[in-house]
Design a protein around this ligand. Sequence first.
Ligand code: CAA
Length: 255
Amino acid sequence: MAIELKRVDEFAVVTFNRPDALNALSFSLIRDLGAKLDEVAASDARGLLLIGAGEKAFCAGADIKELRDRPLLDQKRGAELGQQTFAKLDRLPMPSVAVINGYAFGGGLEVALACTFRIAARTAKMGLPEIKLGLIPGYGGTQRLPRVVGPARALEMILTGKTIAAEEAERIGLVSRLIDGDALQAGIAFAREFSGYSLPVLSLAREAILRGLDTTLDDGLRIEADLSTLSFQTKDAEEGMAAFAEKRKPKFEDR
Ligand code: CAA
C-alpha cells in the first residue's frame, strides 16, 4: 500500500510509502490517505505522526506524471480532492505532527502545513516549487503558508519556488523544531510533550487558534471566551485544578 497506517504505542503513524517516486501523491494515494485519516479519527490514538518512507523524502508533492493532459474540470476536482483530504487533518480529534524526514515539496509541504505541528530533520529541504512547472499550489499552500510564515515570506516562497533548508524553515517558523537521530522516534518524543493532556481540551485550544486566524481580533476573543468557558465544563478541568490544589499530578480522562 502506498499509505501505511500503524500503531506505535499511543500514536497512529501514517507513512507515505512510494519511496521510488519520493512518496509523490498519486490520486489513489490521496484517496487512500483520506480513508486512513478516517480510521485514525475513529481510533483512540492520542496523536498522529506523518512520515515518509525511505531515506530521501517526506513527500515530493503531487504526482507530476499524473497531472499532465487532463481536462480542466478534472484538474479542479483533483485540487478539491487534495484540499478536502488534507482538511481532515484539521478536524481530527487528536493533534498531528508532520515529521519532515527529507524533501517536502509542493503537495508534500501542503500536507505538512495542514498538520498541527511540523518538525524536520536537519537535512530536510522544503518548498512550493509549482511556479517552476507553470502552476500554483492547489492543495492549500496559498492559504496555509501565509497563515504560518506571514504573507511576505509566503509570497517569496511561492513566487520564486525557492527551496528552503531546514535551518531557515525553523528560523521563519515553518517548522517548530529540528530533530536529530531516528526521525520517527524523535517525532514520538515530540508528541509525548502534549499527548498526556486532555484530548478534548487540546481540541478546544486548536479550534480557538484556527478559528481565530480566520476572523477579526474582536470575534476571535469572543470565540476564545466561549471555548475557554467550555474547557471549564470538562471533568479534566476539575481534575487539573484539584490536582494543583492537592499538589499531585493530574490524571486526565478525556472527559
Ligand atoms: N511526481 C512524480 N514523480 C516524482 C516526483 C513528483 N512530484 N518527484 C520525484 N519523482 C520521481 C522522479 O521522477 C524519479 O523517478 P524516476 O527514477 O522514475 O525518474 C524519482 O522520483 C526520483 O526523483 P529524482 O531522480 O528527481 O530525485 P533527485 O534527488 O534528483 O531530486 C527532487 C529530488 C528535487 C525532489 C526532484 O525529484 C523534484 O524536483 N521533484 C518534483 C518536486 C515538485 O515539483 N513538486 C511539486 C509537484 S506539483 C504539486 O504538488 C501541485 C500541487 O500543489 C497540488
